[in-house]
Design a protein around this ligand. Structure first.
Ligand code: ADP
Ligand code: MG
Length: 308
């Protein structure tokens, strides 16, 4: 488009308008919590329970013993400008509730997933419904979006959770992709490592950071048929990297050892985390050599850059 003439005026889509509006009301989880507490108080609650995870970014849940929300109102309760507290403009002059604009739940539903479980005194069961962008949505793919009958006490529970999962390993993902998923930028510039020591009946494979990359904290994950700790192996790996990395900086190492289970003693510690190997010295030295060799050869080989 040219920079000179006026650009056409367009009507913003509803979802855009609503998200912008939501941002004016909900800046932080604390704003959402304030609105939710006010709603509980407006509902005559005498008991309010609040559950918060990660400062409210992961989870915010509030439960009250107020008058609840009627089943027939559940479809519109999270829409913008829907309220039970104000009917006419005149009512504004004698408003005695905290809320009246009917925007809080709508705003929250535009920035988070909202689940409402609620029961009024004269209903014989509670109802639960999920919301997104102001509207009812199915609680899981394929389910109906309609509020579902469930058990519950009179009152309302509202859960506001982020839709971001902590870890999501896709069934189609490679090992390297899963490592990146879990460790993020910690696992940058990884070299693949694969080595078979026939004499020791040992296969080593995994991913290790190269000599250009270093961490403030050492990250060495070792697994045999399970995740294990081996002080001897860790020390050796640390020693190998010492010659490549600046002082007080550490590598990222993710290793699987394919080894005869009979050569691994898991019974050295009650948690079974720390293991000893039969031929420990040889095995530790072999793994160290494999890493050393890979680091030396790294210049002429492929580096996996992590994008985060
Ligand atoms: P407002 O509080 O301005 O009316 P909200 O979006 O905060 O708007 O809430 C919309 C409506 O949902 C309220 O008017 C009320 O009828 C109902 N509501 C919300 N939270 C609760 C609650 N904890 N208990 C009972 N009703 C509630
Ligand atoms: Mg309110």
């Amino acid at each position: 488009e040219s920079g000179k003439g006026p650009r056409p005026i367009r009507r913003l889509e509803d979802t855009v308008v609503n998200r912008i509006a939501a941002g004016e009301i909900i800046h932080r989880p604390a704003n959402a919590l304030k609105e939710l507490i006010e709603n509980s108080l407006d509902a005559g609650a005498t008991n309010i329970q609040i559950l918060i995870k990660d400062g409210g970014l992961k989870l915010l849940q509030i439960q009250d013993n107020g008058h609840g929300i009627r089943r027939e109102d559940m479809a519109i309760v999270c829409e913008r400008f829907t309220t039970s507290k104000l009917k006419s403009f005149e009512d504004l002059s004698r408003i005695s509730t905290f809320g009246f604009r009917g925007e809080a739940l709508a705003s929250i539903s535009h920035v988070a997933h909202v689940t409402i479980t609620t029961k009024t005194a004269d209903s014989n069961c509670a109802y639960r419904a999920c919301y997104s962008d102001g509207k009812l949505i199915p609680s899981k793919p394929g389910a109906s979006a309609e509020p579902k009958a469930c058990a519950g006490n009179t009152g309302t529970q509202i859960t506001q959770s982020s839709n971001q999962v902590d870890v999501n390993t896709l069934s189609t993902a490679s090992k390297l992709e899963n490592i990146r998923q879990i460790y993020g930028s910690t696992a940058s510039e990884l070299l693949d490592l694969e080595k078979h020591f026939r004499k020791l009946d040992l296969k080593v494979n995994g991913f290790i950071s190269n000599a250009n990359y270093n961490l403030k904290k050492m990250r060495i994950s070792i697994s045999t048929d399970r995740a294990v700790e081996s002080v001897a192996l860790k020390r050796n790996i640390e020693g190998v990297y010492e010659t490549y990395l600046p002082k007080n900086s550490y590598p990222f190492v993710y290793l699987s050892l394919d080894i005869n289970p009979q050569c691994v003693d898991v019974n050295v510690h009650p948690t079974k985390r720390e293991v000893r190997f039969l031929n420990e010295e040889e095995i530790v030295a072999a793994v160290g050599d494999a890493i050393q060799e890979r680091l030396v050869g790294a210049n002429c080989s492929r580096i996996f850059l992590t994008q985060t």
